[in-house]
Design a protein around this ligand. Sequence first.
Ligand SMILES: *[C@@H]1O[C@H](CO)[C@@H](O)[C@H](O)[C@H]1NC(C)=O
Ligand SMILES: *[C@@H]1O[C@H](CO)[C@@H](O)[C@H](O)[C@H]1NC(C)=O
Ligand SMILES: *[C@@H]1O[C@H](CO)[C@@H](O)[C@H](O)[C@H]1NC(C)=O
Ligand SMILES: *[C@@H]1O[C@H](CO)[C@@H](O)[C@H](O)[C@H]1NC(C)=O
Length: 471
Amino acid sequence: MQKICFWLLVSIATVIIMTVLISWERHQVSGHLYPYEYDIFDQLARRRNGGDTTSDIDRSSRCPLHSKPHFLDSPTPNKWQVVQERTYYVYSAHADPRMGNVTLIRLFGIMPLDRSDGAYQGETFWCQVWINAHGKPHIAEAFLYNQGHAKEKYLSAQWSCVVDISPDKFSALGVSLVVNNSCNEPTNLLSIHTIRKTDGYSKRFTICVGGALKREYSNYHQLVEWVEVNRIFGADHVVAYDYNSSAIIDPYVNYYKAAGILEVIPWSLPNIGDVNSFSLIWNLGQITLINDCIYRNMYTSKYIASLDLDEFIVPYGRSGSWLEMMNNAGCGNKPIAIVRNTFFGISTKWPEDPIYEHDKLVHDVLRLVTLTKTKQDKYVNSFPKRSKFIARSDVVDTAGIHNIKQVWAVKNRDLFVCEVELPYGRLHHYRDPRWKDIEPIKNAFMHKFAEEIINRTSKVHRDVIWLQDLQ
Ligand SMILES: *[C@@H]1O[C@H](CO)[C@@H](O)[C@H](O)[C@H]1NC(C)=O
Ligand SMILES: *[C@@H]1O[C@H](CO)[C@@H](O)[C@H](O)[C@H]1NC(C)=O
Ligand SMILES: *[C@@H]1O[C@H](CO)[C@@H](O)[C@H](O)[C@H]1NC(C)=O
Ligand SMILES: *[C@@H]1O[C@H](CO)[C@@H](O)[C@H](O)[C@H]1NC(C)=O
């Protein structure tokens, strides 16, 4: 009897622990494979071993399609399009040259979670690559990979098609994605951004704003501080995706565009419901956005990072830039560096830094969060929880929010990832930590850069106001 009671108690305890663990796990982003094992090389080998030697040309010649449907406009870049209503949507296509003798077309979009639970195992995807407006398309099977949180209705989706054309000869009008029947009339047509392999990068660090600028986003103080602090650390190119931000930020956006620093890309998500709800789609389709941003800048920018507007990768110790941080941290010979997350409280319950609390310029005019908020939560996240990465663009196959999910052509991603230890750098995340047992400690490390931050942000605000006065 005692034995039974004991085991009963153990079982109950196990169930409770598992429930807690599972509910915790649900908050984490996790890679999710469906319906194929993702590795593209394995896929190709398997298809050949399975005896499928059908070439794109053979497939194509069987289709009654003769030219791209006239109802599709000429391909438009940066426009969400429907593959199938309420199921799949695509946003962009990139021609990836890294396989050498064939071209990989990478398509980025979203898909509903209920398509990933195995019920649609039989679903197949096809790329129709329109070489020109007349004539049959090349047809290639599309391999799907998706990522997201288990609680959202829509996940991030990425399709890859191998097209038997060598990258240096590849040129096409656009690509359509169709489901199940490779000869289906397409409902979408994406222009293809062709990635060219070079070793002469024109940019060193590109920073993508990790989440699209939200509807009515108007916080130009934040935008200016974020851009300028990132520039101090090494950013020479900033990319933001715009989901209907407020016109209030336009003077700043135009200023940065004119200076060749900022690129703004439209991100008008399809009409799938309340896209501001995280249970519909994570942070306005953040994972799709990050991957699009990396492929868009692959080989033109040496390194890419994706940061939210309340996050900064800060070089610690002797380093004044990300490059020095990577070298000093012993990450110089690895293509991906990740940093640990630290929260800085921003609400009124966290006292402001005494030096700047009553400083009119810093506190009221420039509203510099990095200088006024110096209360850090003592608890630092471990790798890679809430980490952020700086990655060499040409080694990325698929990125997640906190780390690179898959490195190009390498099975063991970890060989490529270098963990930056706390003395060398960390992620400053200006957001109140949610849990209760927070222990605030003072961390005024950002004051090291105070003069430069104040100088630079003052100049931007002065220039923009001056420009506005002229108009
Ligand atoms: C491409 O090159 C690899 C080796 O470099 C070879 O195994 C493969 O068969 C080639 N593919 C095509 C389509 O020529
Ligand atoms: C594709 O085919 C699978 C398997 O036959 C089927 O379950 C699914 O509904 C089809 N999907 C579409 C969009 O036609
Ligand atoms: C974008 O913002 C404008 C003005 O705030 C609003 O009228 C419009 O409905 C918004 N569109 C979307 C797609 O949110
Ligand atoms: C900030 O501006 C002041 C006044 O123009 C100048 O003397 C100083 O060198 C600048 N400091 C930095 C770090 O840029």
